[in-house]
Design a protein around this ligand. Structure first.
Ligand code: SF4
Ligand code: SF4
Ligand code: SF4
Length: 211
């Protein structure tokens, strides 16, 4: 069963107990070292912050097995301390933001928690719109809507059309240089559906970690 927990509370709970053992300063140092030596990977919806996630996740595979889209991958040896932990590669298979987040519900260890997020204007999101795997970033040099040395700009808005929150998380914006996709960082979930759909050989939109 998943826990319903605010993201910051989850991290706070974890470090409260770790801090009791080692003291806050040492816990912070351990977190920094672990995050430096672990390759950056996109975690499933509702994942705690990286260090807390890697500590709480028992590598039981229950989220991987629960995903109906086969979106979650079990990490291999190159993942370092993230060995066997679940991650996403949206170019291979994005997260479809299932309404009931079965991956989160399947996690018995509190490594994935039902997401809630408070926006800058005070609006509170919960469930799929509150997911924050990362944030999509458009790479202008690859995006078809920008001119390059060997081609004229083209009409393309596949990323917007594939987004589960078109016009909210990503929209087409008219600028002096033409009509281009623009990501609204705060509302982007990092699901990667845009990355999966982008027609360029190397994706012109990628999901970057916020951490
Ligand atoms: S929300 Fe759905 S598609 Fe996304 S990782 Fe979880 S189970 Fe898989
Ligand atoms: S789908 Fe790719 S090429 Fe098309 S507008 Fe979006 S980022 Fe650019
Ligand atoms: S902009 Fe891309 S990553 Fe962000 S919510 Fe939309 S489809 Fe998902």
């Amino acid at each position: 069963m998943s826990r319903k927990l605010d993201e910051s509370q989850g991290r706070g709970d974890f470090f409260k107990s770790l801090g009791t053992l080692f003291g806050g300063f040492i816990a912070d140092q351990v977190e920094t070292v672990v995050e430096k030596v672990t390759p950056k990977q996109l975690r499933p919806p509702g994942a705690l912050s990286e260090f807390a996630f890697l500590t709480a996740c028992t590598r039981c595979d229950k989220c991987i097995e629960a995903c109906p889209q086969d979106s979650l991958i079990k990490a291999g040896p190159s993942a370092g301390l993230g060995l066997n932990a679940p991650y996403l590669d949206p170019r291979s298979m994005p997260c479809f933001l299932c309404t009931d987040l079965p991956c989160v519900k399947a996690c018995p260890d509190g490594a994935l928690v039902w997401p809630t997020r408070t926006l800058a204007d005070g609006e509170v999101l919960e469930g799929p719109p509150a997911v924050k795997i990362g944030t999509a970033v458009v790479k202008e040099s690859r995006c078809l809507t920008w001119a390059s040395e060997d081609r004229a700009p083209q009409d393309c808005q596949v990323c917007v059309d594939r987004c589960p929150y078109p016009g909210v998380a990503i929209r087409m914006t008219d600028t002096e240089s033409g009509r281009h996709p623009e990501v609204i960082d705060e509302r982007c979930t990092g699901c990667g559906l845009c990355v999966f759909g982008c027609p360029t050989p190397e994706p012109a939109i990628v999901v970057l970690l916020d951490r």
